[in-house]
Write a protein that binds this ligand. Structure first.
Ligand SMILES: [Fe+2]
Ligand SMILES: [Fe+2]
Length: 295
């Protein structure tokens, strides 16, 4: 079985650019064409949040239309840029999706050799994520129901500190408690996350936790904690989690072949515009650092 992971799609309204400069819609279409062209083709696709940029109905309409080009089935969960209620309505016809009034977009897919658990870490109108009591209980019970089936959990906010401080400041609350639960369930072969817009892997809770590159822009690798957040147009990729009965889950990055026209778009920013953007990012970072943070 091959599971393709796409993340941080940041779909915007038709004919718009994300952040006024990243063509996220066109980039998602390229990622979908890439997945469809793979041989062997993935059996399923998981989309680990930030599906849209603002959580607006028209963005979900376009997301659904674009995802309908995927040949394998796709399973989605929200990220901090999504709106849970709007997403639940937009995907109400999908058989795996909880009802539109569900408190969270949590579900398990039991039709493959690897069990897929979608976990909703989003918090309304906040950038950080949350594993609250209710979600922790649900995860524990869901894992307890199938203790012998290899299981991949996918979620938006990674439950570990990444060292990319700007992103850690909008990280997951309740990650330590989740760690205790996952450690007790030895069938968890991967915790696959998004949010960071970079590939990261770490030994965590007796398994491997990872983040995947975005289908659109990446976040620059800045481990100094200074200068805040910057986009980078490093190559976009899809993560391929390949299940092998002998070796377990083997994860590959499959780069999306595309032109680098976006680089020109970013470098077209004037020095003044770039300085303004960085100053704004620094302010937001400070606000996040000053907020309550329980990790
Ligand atoms: Fe994102
Ligand atoms: Fe995010």
């Amino acid at each position: 079985m091959i599971i393709a992971q796409i993340t941080d799609l940041h779909v915007v309204a038709k004919n718009r650019l994300c952040y006024h400069r990243v063509p996220t819609n066109a980039q998602l279409a390229q990622s979908i064409a890439h997945i469809n062209s793979l041989d062997p083709r993935p059996d399923a696709v998981i989309a680990s949040g930030d599906l849209t940029d603002h959580g607006r109905p028209e963005e979900y309409d376009l997301l659904r239309e674009t995802l309908s080009d995927l040949i394998p089935p796709v399973f989605v969960i929200p990220g901090n840029h999504d709106r849970r209620d709007v997403l639940l309505k937009a995907f109400a016809s999908e058989d795996y999706m909880p009802p539109p009034d569900a408190p969270f977009v949590n579900y398990a897919i039991d039709r493959y050799p690897v069990r897929l658990i979608g976990l909703d870490t989003s918090v309304l109108e906040r950038h950080h994520g949350m594993m609250c009591e209710e979600r922790l209980r649900w995860l524990d019970a869901t894992l307890s129901a199938q203790p012998d089936c290899p299981t991949l959990i996918f979620m938006h906010h990674p439950p570990f500190r990444t060292g990319v401080q700007w992103m850690d400041a909008s990280g997951l609350h309740g990650g330590r408690m989740m760690e205790e639960i996952v450690r007790r369930h030895r069938q968890v072969v991967r915790v696959a996350c998004g949010h960071i817009h970079r590939p990261i892997h770490v030994a965590w809770a007796g398994t491997i936790a990872s983040t995947s590159p975005s289908t659109c822009h990446q976040v620059s690798l800045n481990l100094t904690g200074q200068n805040g957040f910057e986009f980078t147009m490093e190559p976009r990729a899809v993560q391929l989690h390949v299940w092998d009965d002998s070796y377990g889950l083997i994860s590959h990055l499959s780069y999306v072949p595309a032109g680098y026209e976006e680089v020109a778009m970013l470098s077209s920013l004037t020095d003044e515009a770039r300085a303004k953007l960085l100053a704004q990012n620094r302010r937001e970072y400070q606000e996040l650092c000053n907020s309550e943070y329980d990790r």
